[in-house]
Design a protein around this ligand. Structure first.
Ligand code: 2BA
Length: 105
């Protein structure tokens, strides 16, 4: 048995959680805060069999892997008001740990 910690941005957390639930994975969602930026993020705990760890990681990648998004430039002078810029969004931090014992009582 493994316990997977998945740290994602809050905006991605619902999509990732639903994607995992639909495939039958159990998820515990914790509100967390990054120590560096001190901004809210979400930590998901997923307990599963060792052979399913790769499937969980693939699902997380599919739902919130790093990607680029075009946004209207939120700063700048009026002449650049309508400029569109490409920004990097998404991504996740994943830790996989061993579980000595698991019981559902
Ligand atoms: P990421 O590396 O994508 O990390 C996103 C969040 O994942 C982190 O939020 C933290 O909550 C968690 N995390 C990442 N690596 C971790 C680890 N080894 N152990 C425990 N938790 C971990 P923040 O701490 O607020 O960091 C936000 C972003 O700031 C990071 O994005 C990274 O790009 C940068 N960063 C974080 N720590 C840094 C440092 N010591 N020096 C330079 N840049 C740092």
């Amino acid at each position: 048995m493994k316990l997977i910690y998945v740290i994602v941005r809050n905006v991605d957390s619902t999509r990732v959680t639903e994607g995992l639930n639909v495939k039958g994975f159990y998820v515990t969602k914790l509100a967390s805060t990054g120590g560096f930026l001190r901004e809210g993020n979400t930590t998901l705990l997923v307990g599963t069999e060792e052979e399913k760890v790769d499937e969980v990681i693939e699902l997380v990648k599919k739902e919130c892997g790093p990607r680029q998004q075009i946004i209207s430039n939120p700063v700048g002078s009026a002449e650049f008001y309508s400029t569109q810029v490409m920004v990097n969004v998404g991504g996740a931090i994943i830790f996989v740990t061993d579980v000595d014992r698991f019981e559902r009582i």
